[in-house]
Design a protein. Structure first.
Length: 131
């Protein structure tokens, strides 16, 4: 997890309800915040550098929860390392950033998804398949 604000706390809390899920690594701008978050949510690694987290070969996927003005930069950092990304909304600042994020994910054959839970409500699934 990159960015450890309020939404990251909600996400980490919900992660406990997912079978076989582990919050392995977290990154913040300060080591103290990363350490506190890691202790609270039982993460193995805590970094004060987003790059250090992205360079950890044991990271399978990342949840980007930084301010939206940083989403593109943080997402590209992970995608370029082959790390799958779930990025909080808004996905990016504009269409050019989104297109670059998608192109990078495609280039690295890596999952990129916007963290918009409403897509998974039953009426969205029904609407999608009935079109």
């Amino acid at each position: 997890m990159i960015g450890l604000g309020n939404i990251a706390n909600k996400f980490a809390t919900d992660l406990f309800a997912v079978n076989d899920a582990e919050l392995y690594a977290v990154a913040s701008r300060t080591q103290q915040k990363a350490d506190d978050f890691a202790e609270k949510y039982q993460a193995t690694k805590a970094y004060c550098s987003y790059e250090a987290l992205a360079n950890n070969a044991n990271v399978d996927a990342v949840y980007i929860a930084t301010p939206h003005s940083q989403h593109k930069e943080n997402t590209l950092l992970c995608l370029e390392q082959g790390i799958e990304v779930l990025c909080e909304k808004p996905f990016a600042m504009n269409a050019d950033e989104v297109n670059r994020m998608i192109a990078t994910a495609t280039q690295h054959n890596t999952l990129l998804m916007e963290g918009l839970w409403t897509y998974f409500l039953p009426h969205y699934i029904f609407s999608y398949y009935s079109v």
